[in-house]
Design a protein. Structure first.
Length: 577
């Protein structure tokens, strides 16, 4: 492969000139204790690090940045670490989704405004993967993604426990009287045993696995547990490889294509991944100038069954998945549906990466002939449309009770989560499991930020009767670690006048997953009357990033990106005076 000339590197515009500005750049670098020989004439590698003491998923990324630096130095580069917004679940309120676009903007501007030739992106928690890559696609420098990795397996009293999935399960058991308060306290310190992202197939591992299949990580890197000794070795290799990618000028625009995205979508479906990926993938594709729609995702979901036997759709945790062969083994199970000619950050093809990737446990990583959930019984992503969701809604039908996949019932409608939680805990509430619980004003504009409110609680009265699932509708999202018959991302959302805003308690709602429909059984004339009387109720912010968000965010089916950031319009490099 042709090696670029040193003078063609961006960083040389800062460091190589003999004018006053070049002098100042070299002077200030030496002010930090660097010798001229350590940075002059070398590719400058940015390490965008989302480490934070409020992000347990990323608690180890300080150390991983040091490992990346080792690799960069070893390959003849000059590493510089740049802190970036952490967007770590669970501490950020109202939702990290509100700040995904903030991180995307920050990543883009950090890379563009500094003398960076290429970058290693350190992240892993839910929104950090799409946020970092959206920014990287927009600036289009050589980048490699270094995933934080999942936490170690959890156990409680001999039972596997997965972060998020079992939190919700045991919370319902506590509310129903199935466990004690002492049990609940004991669980706090036993379910999450190490640094790293959720150990289930939640949004974090869904997104890192998708970008792994797209060729943006070292092959199989997404499956490495955070605290495995192989993880810092992988990080160091990322450092070495990004220096080579800079010399090769291997930018995302040179190898990320629609086929790359479809490889990621195939992995998404085989993993039984999070519904949140439907929003993130579309946003990422638009930044890369690739046409990708909900229909594309639903089409792949109809061809690829759930093969990864992982919570919440299956029985195992991410550490088990790693020991079974990890993502590379899973991709080999769906080879006929992949474009193996797609290039990756290795410089080779996806087919090259999968050539030696055996599966060591066919129960953890199933064959197509023996899926975790057969396609006729449930899919990773079902697309629903109708008079309640003209632009679409999504459902993870593989993690739902099959009896609710075709259902008609009366709506029980709430406009805010506080009221909903109070009402649903009322033991005298007139409700049955046939009701359809609805929470609106939870979308990108309404909440704002589209929080993970969509896994709506089961009424306490019904929990005590043994009910553990119901049909639930929301224009917000659901944690990728959760499960149940939840219809999410209803678009357009209620806050901008979507039909969900017109639904009333008592209206019949009809769901038919096989037919792909979601409707309220209200005649058109009555819907028109309600629309004429409707007035916006969402609180509108007048300042802060949230005001910018509400003014410019797109709807869920379009990826919830900002209208002024979508697309590939070029932004010039900064002028150096």
């Amino acid at each position: 492969m042709t090696r670029r000339a040193l003078e063609s590197l961006r960083s040389q515009r800062w460091f190589a000139s003999n004018d006053m500005r070049g002098f100042a750049h070299r002077q200030r670098t030496q002010q930090m204790g660097m010798r001229r020989e350590e940075f002059l004439g070398k590719p400058v590698i940015g390490i965008l690090n989302t480490w934070s003491e409020m992000s347990p998923c990323h608690a180890h990324l300080r150390d991983r940045a040091e490992a990346v630096k080792r690799g960069v130095w070893q390959a003849g580069g000059y590493p510089v670490e740049l802190p970036a917004l952490s967007v770590g679940e669970v501490m950020v309120k109202p939702t990290t989704m509100l700040y995904r676009n903030f991180l995307a903007m920050e990543a883009e501007e950090l890379l563009r405004s500094h003398p960076i030739d290429g970058a290693v992106l350190l992240g892993g928690c839910d929104k950090s993967t799409p946020g970092l890559l959206m920014g990287a696609f927009s600036v289009d420098l050589p980048v490699i993604y270094c995933p934080a990795g999942p936490m170690s397996n959890g156990q409680w009293r001999g039972q596997k426990t997965g972060a998020g999935t079992h939190t919700k399960k045991y919370w319902d058991e506590l509310r129903a009287g199935g466990i004690t308060q002492a049990d609940w306290v004991d669980l706090e310190s036993r379910m999450t045993r190490s640094a790293g992202t959720c150990n289930t197939m939640g949004t974090a591992s869904t997104m890192t696995s998708i970008v792994d299949a797209m060729g943006l990580t070292l092959p199989g890197a997404s499956s490495l547990p955070a605290c495995d000794s192989g993880h810092p070795r992988m990080a160091s290799t990322c450092g070495s490889r990004i220096v080579e990618m800079v010399w090769e000028d291997l930018k995302p625009s040179t190898f990320i294509t629609r086929a790359s995205f479809l490889n990621g979508v195939a992995a998404y479906m085989a993993m039984g991944g999070s519904t949140n990926a439907a929003v993130h993938l579309i946003a990422m594709a638009r930044r890369a100038g690739v046409d990708l729609t909900l229909e594309d995702l639903a089409d792949m979901a109809g061809r690829v069954p759930v093969l990864a036997n992982l919570f919440p759709s299956g029985s195992y945790l991410m550490e088990d998945f790693y020991f079974a062969g990890g993502l590379s083994a899973l991709l080999n199970k769906v080879r006929p549906l992949l474009d193996l000619s797609c290039r990756t950050v290795t410089g080779g093809t996806l087919g090259d990466s999968l050539a030696d990737a055996p599966c060591w446990n066919d129960d953890v990583i199933r064959d197509v002939a023996n899926p975790v959930v057969p396609l006729e019984k449930g899919r990773t992503l079902a697309l629903l449309k109708g008079n309640l969701a003209p632009n679409g809604a999504v459902m993870k039908s593989s993690a739902a009770n099959p009896k609710f996949l075709r259902h008609t019932g009366p709506a029980l409608v709430f406009d805010d989560p506080g009221t909903m939680n109070r009402v649903l805990d009322d033991p005298g509430l007139d409700v049955t499991e046939d009701h359809v619980i609805v929470l609106r004003n939870a979308g990108p504009v309404g909440a704002p930020g589209m929080p993970e409110w969509g896994n709506l609680p089961i009424p306490k009265k019904l929990l005590k009767q043994g009910v553990r699932d119901m049909v639930r509708l929301c224009d917000g999202r659901m944690s990728g670690t959760h499960y149940g018959s939840c219809i999410l991302h209803i678009s357009p959302e209620a806050a901008v006048g979507g039909p969900l805003a017109l639904l009333q308690t008592g209206d019949l709602v009809r769901l038919d997953v096989a037919a792909g429909t979601l409707d309220m059984l209200v005649d058109d004339a009555e819907i028109a009357r309600r629309r004429a009387a409707w007035k916006p109720t969402a609180y509108r912010y007048e300042r802060s990033f949230t005001a910018l968000y509400q003014q410019h965010v797109s709807q869920a089916h379009e990826g919830c990106d900002f209208d002024f950031l979508t697309g590939t319009a070029p932004v010039p490099d900064p002028v150096i005076y």
